[in-house]
Write a protein that binds this ligand. Structure first.
Ligand code: BT5
Length: 264
């Protein structure tokens, strides 16, 4: 492995030419969760763009209280503080921009075609290699900040981590070679910035998001807080909600944060 693989604020900043994202980088060797650190900073008034990145998480989180597992120094574990001008129901637009940026960044470095499973999984060859956790704070019907956490499995073998589900994978497994994490992080950050700048300018990323989704036209089962829904994933809307066509032809709209999805 090259020296490029050791993360630090300096190594990531070098050559990044950050305009918006990662203007300030906070690196920690070990944290409970990068989202928690970023949230604390945001609550204290940290401006948009600050990046929190760590080599190890002791309490990495997914959605709905689930755990995010990553062997130390093997992954990208990062959170970005964003302050988009959005209404609370539009928060998933931020997840869309980060998901698209993650796919593009992975592709630029590995030449592999990363795709998305609604709402927040990053897939390589149909298996999950990354996930996004967006947590927001709202004030008077506007988004005050969004912490977007991104985890990407990079340089470990899925087979060596028993706790991971069978449908998890890593860049190492899929590429057959290690991927230096600093260039990967930089490539992902640059791509996220490009999408996020467009989002901030009022552009709609729905079409590009839909094109990357493996979920559309699939029969899916969605577990919501209110029960199970089954149907065909017909489309996503501007705010990133999934439109599901039930067997009786009626449509239902699923909002990301509240749903787990299995494709069948
Ligand atoms: C996610 O949740 O996929 C969002 C993961 C976000 C992690 C980042 S790391 C930096 C930042 N700080 C944090 O504390 N979190 C963010 P969800 O869709 O709920 O998926 C969680 C499920 O994915 C778990 O229940 C496992 O089944 C599976 N899983 C856990 N670790 C995994 C991994 N490394 N690779 C693939 N699947 C995993």
């Amino acid at each position: 492995m090259t020296n490029d693989d050791s993360l630090s604020a300096e190594s990531i900043a070098r050559g990044l030419d950050a305009r918006l994202l990662a203007r300030r980088i906070v690196y920690h060797e070990r944290v409970a969760s990068t989202n928690d650190i970023a949230k604390r900073l945001a609550d204290a008034g940290e401006p948009e763009g600050t990046l929190v990145i760590a080599d190890e998480q002791t309490a990495g989180r997914g959605r709905l209280g689930r755990a995010w597992i990553a062997p130390p120094r093997s992954s990208l574990l990062l959170s970005i503080i964003l302050r988009p001008n959005l209404a609370p129901h539009q928060t998933a637009r931020v997840t869309m921009s980060v998901a698209l940026g993650a796919c593009e960044g992975i592709r630029a470095v590995t030449e592999m075609d990363a795709r998305l499973k609604w709402p927040n999984d990053i897939l390589l060859h149909g298996k999950k290699c990354g996930g996004i956790l967006a947590e927001s704070s709202t004030f008077e019907q506007r988004v005050e900040y969004v912490i977007v956490g991104l985890g990407v499995n990079v340089n470990f073998a899925r087979a060596n981590v028993e706790e991971l589900p069978a449908d998890a994978t890593t860049l190492l497994d899929e590429l057959g070679a290690p991927v230096p994490r600093v260039p990967l992080a930089q490539s992902i950050l640059r791509a996220i910035e490009r999408y996020y700048v467009r989002l901030r300018a009022g552009e709609n990323l729905r079409g590009e998001f839909a094109t990357r989704l493996t979920t559309l036209d699939q029969r899916v089962r969605a577990q919501t807080a209110w029960g199970t829904e089954e149907g065909i994933a017909a489309d996503v809307d501007d705010d990133g909600a999934l439109l599901l066509r039930r067997a009786d032809g009626s449509m239902t709209r699923l909002i990301a944060g509240e749903v787990t999805l299995s494709m069948r």
